[in-house]
Structure formats: C-alpha cells, structure tokens
Write a protein that binds this ligand. Sequence first.
Ligand code: TRP
Length: 339
Amino acid sequence: MRIVSGIQPTGNLHLGNYLGAIRNWVRMQDEWSAKGGECLYFLADLHAISMPHTPADLGANTREMVAALVSCGIDPDKSILFNQAQVPAHAEMQWLLNGTARMGWLNRMTQWKDKAGKNREGASVALFTYPVLQAADVLLYQATHVPVGEDQKQHLELARDIAQKFNNDFCAEDAPLFTLPDPIIPPEAARIMSLRDGSAKMSKSDPSDMSRINLTDDADAIMQKVKKAKTDPEPLPGTVEGLAGRPEASNLVGIYAAMAGISAAQVLAQFEGQGFGQFKPALGEVLVESLAPMAARYRELREDRAALDAILAKGAEKARALAAPTLNRTYDALGLVRG
Ligand code: TRP
C-alpha cells in the first residue's frame, strides 16, 4: 500500500490551498502511516517548467511550499517529502514511457487543450507530455493509490493505460512490471471563495490582501479579515437551500464547516437566525484556533533555508532508493544495455 501524490509549487499560500490539498495530505499521512502504509509527497517542480516561469520564483516557491506542508503537519519522518528535480529517475522514467504513450491519448487530455488554448503551435512540448511525466511519477514507485483532485482524474487514467500497455508489450503475462494505481478523489473539498467577492475563488493574485487568509496571517489579521468580510444583511437560514443566491454567506458557512470538520447543515442548525455580527466572531475563533499555530510555524520555517533544504535532501535520498529497482527493471524490459 503506497500513496504517491504531487503538487505544483506556488508561493503565498492561503486558506484555499490549505483546505484544497494540504489538509488532505496530512490526513492521509496520519491514516496510512497508522495502517503501515507509505506516503510519498513531492513538489512537481519539473511539471512547473511546462509553462512560462521565472527561475528565481520556482526555487522560492518550492521551498515555501515545503515550509507550508511541514508547518501544516506533513512529518518528514512519517512521509517521504521531496522535489522531483532531486530524483532524476522521474525524468528518466518519463523518457522511457514516451515510447509507450500514444499521441492520440495525449491529444485527448483536457488540461492540455485548456492550457494550450488556441495556440497549440506555440505551446511547449513539455506541456503536451506533462501527463507522461505524471505517469512516471507514480509508476516509478509502484503506487497503489494516488490522491488527486477531480481535474486530475484523466491524467491518472492515462497513467493506468500507459502501465497496462507497457506490461502487455514488454512483460511476461505473469510478471507485469507496473502496478495500476487507483485514484483517491477526496470528498468534494469546499471551494473557498474570496472574502470580498463570493463568486471569485480565493487567490494569491487578488490585489486585495483582505480577500484571502494567508497561511502567514497572525490571529489579529485573521480576525480582522473575517470581520471585514463581505456579507449580506440577512440572518443565517436554517437549511443549506436557504443559502441559494447568497454567495458570501455560503462561503463563510463553508469555511466554518471545513475548519470545524462538520457539515454546512450542522453549522446552520447551530447558527440559524443569527446575524453576521454573531457568526463572524465565532468563525474567526475557529480559524484562529487551527490556523494560528500553523502560521507561526510557517513564518519561522520559511526563513530557515538550511532546514528546508535538509528536509528535501533527506526525502530525495529515500525516494531515489525506492525508485531505483523499478527504473532498472524498466531499462531492462526495453532491452537497453547499461554496463
Ligand atoms: N498534475 C498535478 C496537479 O497539477 C500534480 C502532479 C504531478 C501529480 N505529478 C503527480 C499529482 C502525480 C498526483 C500524482 O495537480
């Protein structure tokens, strides 16, 4: 039982990143390590160069993301935490699998179509072969399960197709090389919206800092942002249906539910009939209680470059050791001679 998952490095992390992916990784780490399973989590820095990027930002974002993950509960002694660039087997495996992946399969990938847009001729080759690198990421470690968002399901199916075809083409029937990984799609994570506009996603690129709760915000900042969050004048309804057409109210209730680990219906059962003057301080408290300790760790760790680099180096060393046997068998299966 082995979980493998990757995330593209970004900086200026906020509540949306935490509730979207990070918290899920932490939960899975804790559940799986208790059952004797293994978790490999990596920063997909090689994927990040498939789109135009600024080299100095990529390095900074990679370290910032590690700081965020560790501050939020990823334990480098329980999970293997690393970045692709320090494990050359990812890039090697991608090349080996490029012989198996079909142009037609990649042409059907919706992320490729979306990101390339109308200008396919100008898109990078890396953007086109991005899903093959993603397949390499998981097949390399014989992952049994891959937690991904709904939007990545198609890439995981492609990884299974590549594994299946490789096993068929190059392995004896009773000795397949690659494990076909199963996706784990988390129960729909609440979409966290801007605190200033309930119809826009919470985003690091929103010019207003009041629109988001940063993973660096201290208790005062969190409280202030919640109190200034946009709302409507109505009291809270007793049912989720009553939130229809009230995007800001929905968002705040959704955040409360996600942070308190209860459903929106349960939040409303508790706060029915109350106005935001009462609900906001309660929401602020829930947020401060869970986020403020992580934020304090994050603010400290992100300044400690030596510690972050040591975490990544240690993780990469473990990952390289785990990857080696499958990579060697792949070279062999293809008839590649290597001394
Ligand atoms: N493509 C994924 C995303 O954008 C990140 C990713 C890269 C990944 N390699 C992976 C996820 C392997 C799961 C497994 O979210």
